[in-house]
Design a protein around this ligand. Sequence first.
Ligand code: AHR
Length: 515
Amino acid sequence: MASILDLDLSKGKYVISKHIYGHFAEHLGRCIYNGLWVGEDSPIPNTRGIRNDIVEALKEINIPNLRWPGGCFADNYHWKDGIGPREDRPYMINTDWGHVVENNHFGTHEFMDLCEQLECEPYICGNVGSGTVKEMQEWVEYLTFDGESPMANLRKKNGREKPWSLNFFGIGNENWGCGGLMKVETYVEKYRQYQTYVSNYSGNEIKKIACGPSEADYHWTEVVMRECTGQTPQLENSTHDKPIKSAWEYYRPQLWGLGLHYYVRNRLNYTSATKFNEDLWFEYMQRAVYMEELITNHSKVMDKYDPDKNVALIVDEWGSWYEPEPGTHPRFLYQQNTLRDALIAGINLNIFNNHCDRVKMANIAQLINVLQALILTEGSEMILTPTYHVFEMYKVHQDSTLIPINIETRDYQFGGGSLPIVNASASRDQQGKVHLTLCNLDPHNSEEITCRLDGDKAISSVNARILTAETMNMCNTFEQPEQIKPITFDDIKIQDNLVSFVLPGKSVLAVELEF
Ligand code: AHR
């Protein structure tokens, strides 16, 4: 039996935000130092300390936003330590990630410079766990206030006359864990308080993002939505007669997004990134597909309070998490990246696309040398991982209109479990081209695919590229950096509004159709 994919071109109404293709760079291991940041005096070609080859590679995938400085590090970070002359900046201990000493050489100016070089939006995560309201308030003033003010003047003294534009700001990170071990009832109080002082200065408009749930913690989502969306009046102002607005109406909390964190991992038994058999291939495919259930269920809770979907679910940490590469620092979270990770990326991105009515942003963890990285470096060398290639193949979906697909497929069965063999999403770009991305989860069997498009124009041409490998665990290495990369896939038939091809096992395919 072949799999049938029905693409309903007439039903496209939601845009796949480019921010779904976002990234995350934390002060962790070799992500920032000896990763992105080599310093101005490095022999490695750089622009003001930031590696040129990395910037070039990331611009190639249209990186839309970058989350920083953490992660857990965010709730330990005091931004004033990271401004001014570098030699004068205080050192601190990175208590989350190996107790290594952080010299604060990469701070606010360096991060904003990086975003400018990448032409992407900064997404800064503020410190709720160990920081103060004043500290957060002043950071936003420092970044965005255009005029004379204590923080704006400090910024100018440090060499930046004009404010930056700052679109995304997180009010804490994982405050249920490393960010202060709070109960959700405590966190919502903090959220309401801290966000009050995150101001929109000088025409800058900030999208405020709350710490969201870990995995299936639906109670967390429920309470944040109930207490922070401003949907339900809760404060009565007895000092004024109507029609003067109540304090609640004046100050209702603003919540643009809620950040779900979910990693594809086995927390009880972290396993190797590269040495695995089909048991672990299947298990990690199952864990990747679970994102569908999480998003569906969190969205249902959000719908109760926000049926118009004004609040975004953002998955601001996702990706695979294995045991660190042998011989590396256990808290640096450096791992290799195989074809399995390409499938994990492809599946997750398809899920996010298909839920783009609610999911407006996502950030894979992490950009370089940490967890499911897009880029690995060793000294002056750099390699692109299979995950990087998936982001490159899928970039066509950025800001395109989602085309709903109905998939009739068979199951990939293994060890008593089963998963749909095909996972896919589709969109139409601004030029009218249709893009379809598919993953075949079965490592052994190819699958015949027929796509039926309901439009009235016949397909005139097709282009496709595939990412696959001989073995499940193939990866790019510094010795063989191009073992896995996308290649042209020619074996596709088109007839009127039908597209058919055989999707090889363990592959990610991107198809482009013109009419
Ligand atoms: O991405 C690594 C860590 O995972 C982040 O710092 C934290 O937010 C999460 O637990």
